[in-house]
Write a protein that binds this ligand. Structure first.
Ligand code: HEM
Length: 475
């Protein structure tokens, strides 16, 4: 395989290293393509350079080696825990989540923090959110006017944000939450357009020219969110109820190896991380699912038939087990993986991946998008076909919407569960139609892959009150 020599970045400590071949265009041009047209850029590179290629797309034009062969991905995900770092490659999200975020940690600290954060998002615990998800969906969709077009992504964002806020704080009422929800939405809007996303990739654009300037506005909103989170942390510290099972209580009760509790700043950054990571992703996946289901009416028909089989008022766990609904969610995350690549893995000691010797400092990126579009795994990969998930099982190195290994997504149980319940509830209760029959194209939304225009739909009628949610007071 041809190789290129690279004058390393900050991360690679200015060493000269050999990396797989890739485009020869200037780094700034590659980064621009990555920001503006990530899918086109990846497709072109894969056609020309195959399963492993080097591109300059990171902060400060860092070289990343994209991998899309299941064998290579297996070698990365199944490697020894000390083989790679990832936090150091995630610095680009620091302005969004703060420097004490799990996303930026490595080594023992990352392992400990993950252990702490895992239980509230584990299978058993997640099932207890079932009724809440149905209730929130009912409450939010009931506010939608009949016959008026709306953004499905916006609707789903409202639902997923309320769910994650509840999981994290264990509470859902009060002025602070009423303020927090729109602020979080607007903070992520600040990363939504390509121009706004560019601010994260090109540090020179991070200029605070007052709250009406793009970066200044972003910082201003961050500040207001922080004030609310710190107020909540202060209040909880004063009246800590150790019996609470929400994430904030768990984090507050924990002690490090020296017996010290987490500081307010650490708590703040971890809460923000979960709020950010935990709702935008699920909301966008739901918008893609709604689009795909309504773009191919035969899929909607099959789903409705399947929902009919579980009778009125089914419990959330029987909804979650429905095979076709599950396959629709899996296919949604295959076709439209919310993150194009898993976190970069910085090589800590030399490793050979599919015969290529990587030195310390090289950054490997398992490419979710390209793996999910492999023709040898997914025939006609550009077609939305839920049946492929009923016909065969894919290994975690062939199907990886939630990444893998020691950085695997913490929401891997919550997100699909939530997707299934929200879809079941919305489709059972409402008749909807796409405003326009043109195919919706994927576009960059900050660090994620979103539908252009957010998927515009109208509610045409109430279908039937099938999946009943309990009283609003239970919300
Ligand atoms: C459909 C929805 C979601 C998708 C597609 C998704 C995808 C991902 C991916 C690809 C990664 C990187 C994994 C890797 O590099 O191996 C990740 C990490 C992460 N996700 Fe998700 N995610 C989703 C929902 C959620 C939810 C609901 C939560 C809230 C609990 C969450 C919390 C996290 C966290 C905390 C990490 C960082 C893990 C670490 O650094 O150890 N995600 N997610």
């Amino acid at each position: 395989m041809p190789v290129v020599s690279v004058e390393g970045s900050d991360l690679s400590r200015q060493i000269m290293m050999k990396l797989p071949d890739g485009p020869k265009t200037p780094a700034i041009w590659q980064t621009l393509q990555w920001v503006v047209n990530p899918l086109g850029f990846m497709d072109t590179c894969a056609q020309r350079y195959g399963d492993m290629f080097t591109v300059y797309v990171g902060e400060n034009f860092t070289p990343y080696v994209f991998l899309s062969h299941p064998q290579a991905i297996k070698q990365v995900f199944a490697a020894d825990l000390n083989q790679f770092d990832s936090g150091a490659a995630n610095q680009i999200v620091k302005p969004l989540v703060g420097e004490h975020s799990l996303l930026l940690m490595d080594g023992d600290r990352h392992r400990r923090e993950r252990q702490l954060l895992t239980p509230p998002f584990h299978g058993e615990r997640v099932r207890t959110y079932g009724q809440l998800i149905c209730n929130v969906t009912e409450q939010v969709t009931n506010q939608m006017p009949l016959g008026k077009s709306f953004s499905v992504r916006g609707l789903m964002q409202e639902i997923s944000l309320r769910v994650i806020v509840q999981a994290i704080f264990g509470l859902h009422e009060g002025e602070r939450y009423q303020q927090l929800i729109p602020l979080l939405c607007s903070m992520l809007e600040a990363t939504s357009s390509i121009w706004r996303a560019s601010q994260f990739f090109f540090k020179t654009l991070q200029q605070d020219l007052g709250s009406s300037s793009p970066w200044g506005g972003f910082l201003h909103r961050q500040q207001r969110i922080s004030e609310l989170l710190y107020a909540e942390i202060r209040e909880r510290r004063e009246n800590l109820d150790h019996s609470g099972t929400d994430v904030l209580t768990l984090l507050m009760s924990t002690r490090d190896q020296n017996g010290q509790p987490m500081t307010d700043v650490e708590l703040h950054d971890e809460l923000l991380t979960l709020l950010v990571a935990g709702h935008e992703t699920t909301a966008t996946s739901l918008a893609w699912a709604m689009y795909s289901i309504h773009h191919q009416p035969e899929i909607l028909d099959k789903l409705l038939q399947e929902l009919d089989t579980i009778g009125d008022n089914p419990d959330p766990s029987s909804i979650a087990k429905l095979p076709y609904l599950s396959a629709v969610c899996q296919e949604t995350l295959r076709m439209y993986p919310i993150l194009f690549i898993a976190f970069g893995r910085i090589v800590k000691s030399p490793i050979e991946i599919m015969g290529f010797p990587f030195e310390s400092g090289a950054i490997l990126a398992p490419c979710i998008y390209l793996t999910h579009r492999r023709k040898d795994l997914y025939p006609e990969p550009e077609k939305f076909k839920p049946e492929r998930f009923l016909e065969r099982q894919f290994s975690p190195y062939e199907y990886l919407p939630f990444g893998g290994g020691n950085r695997r997504c913490l929401g891997i149980a919550l997100a699909p569960f939530e997707m299934k319940l929200v879809l079941a509830k919305v489709l059972s209760d409402w008749q909807l139609a796409l405003v326009d029959s043109h195919p919706v194209q994927p576009t960059r939304r900050g660090f994620t892959l979103g539908p252009t225009g957010g998927v515009r739909m109208v509610i045409t009628d109430r279908r039937r009150q099938k999946l009943r949610a309990p009283q609003p007071s239970a919300l």
